[in-house]
Design a protein around this ligand. Structure first.
Ligand code: DGL
Length: 263
């Protein structure tokens, strides 16, 4: 048994999709979350910048004696995971590998679509991870920069949202994908709209579920599971807490408290 908390971070509020799944799958774990709300978005920033920010955050989370860290942000996972693993001795998990494993288990035809931020897509992190498995596959990627603002403004359904989703998914659907990786923290909130446009034949891979399952396996294998007693979840942000707390209600369907931290 290990009651040390799990550290989770994201560029902002989106990583709460991962917190939500960890709450459900690992209800006996303590959590410390950091959302870099002052410097969001990461999706259009350089590798160097995202890695610098990520290192600062891992350092901060380490001060809570976390037993492992989940990089909930797809962009930071794509650009900075290698550097974080090198720089810190704590286990650091990204969302790419778990998402890919789930997609490969799900896909029957090997025709896999990946959507994400500009930087996630231009890094080809998902494509490279799929290739590294040696599985016979065809990967088609597309950045969907409008999806994050849709979610942050709670435009989760309706005609305009469906139109934007349709336009963005068109090139992937034209290539007959049977599986679509939602490679961004925010996209699980658009699942209904995406499924509606993609049709029932396309299976959606929610990397927040995949990484929560992966974390559970890892904790089991290393005998690091938490206790059954009272747990806590602490939330920290780098900008005002107000907007974060408001959006957290959409992501977590519960009220939370948060504290602002300036590095
Ligand atoms: N959290 C980011 C991701 O998953 C999306 C928001 C951003 O661009 O920072 O890639």
């Amino acid at each position: 048994m290990d009651t040390r908390p799990i550290g989770i971070f994201d560029s902002g509020v989106g990583g709460l999709t991962v917190v939500d799944k960890v709450f459900r799958l690992l209800p006996n774990e303590n959590i410390v979350y950091f959302g870099d709300t002052a410097r969001v978005p990461y999706g259009n920033k350089s590798k160097e910048t995202v890695t610098r920010f990520s290192k600062e955050i891992v350092k901060f989370l380490s001060s809570f004696k976390v037993k492992l860290i989940i990089v909930a942000c797809n962009t930071a996972s794509s650009l900075s995971l290698g550097a974080l693993k090198k720089a810190f001795s704590i286990p650091v998990i990204g969302v790419i590998k778990p998402g890919v494993e789930e997609a490969l288990k799900t896909s029957k035809t090997g025709r896999i679509g990946v959507i994400g931020t500009e930087r996630t897509i231009s890094s080809s992190a998902y494509e490279k991870e799929i290739e590294s498995t040696g599985r016979n596959s065809f990967v088609i990627q597309k950045s969907c920069p409008l999806f994050v603002p849709l979610v942050e403004n709670r435009w989760l359904s309706g005609d305009i949202t469906l139109k934007i989703v349709r336009k963005n998914l068109a090139p992937l659907l034209a290539r007959n994908i049977d599986t679509l990786i939602l490679g961004c923290t925010h996209y699980p909130l658009l699942k209904k709209a995406i499924q509606k446009i993609a049709g029932e034949k396309v299976r959606l891979i929610d990397s927040s579920i995949a990484v929560a399952k992966y974390t559970k396996h890892l904790l089991d294998n290393k005998n690091l599971r938490g206790n059954t007693g009272k747990t806590y979840a602490k939330f920290f942000v780098s900008d005002d807490t107000e907007g974060f707390i408001r959006l957290a209600k959409v992501f977590l369907r519960r009220n939370i408290k948060a504290k602002r931290i300036v590095f």
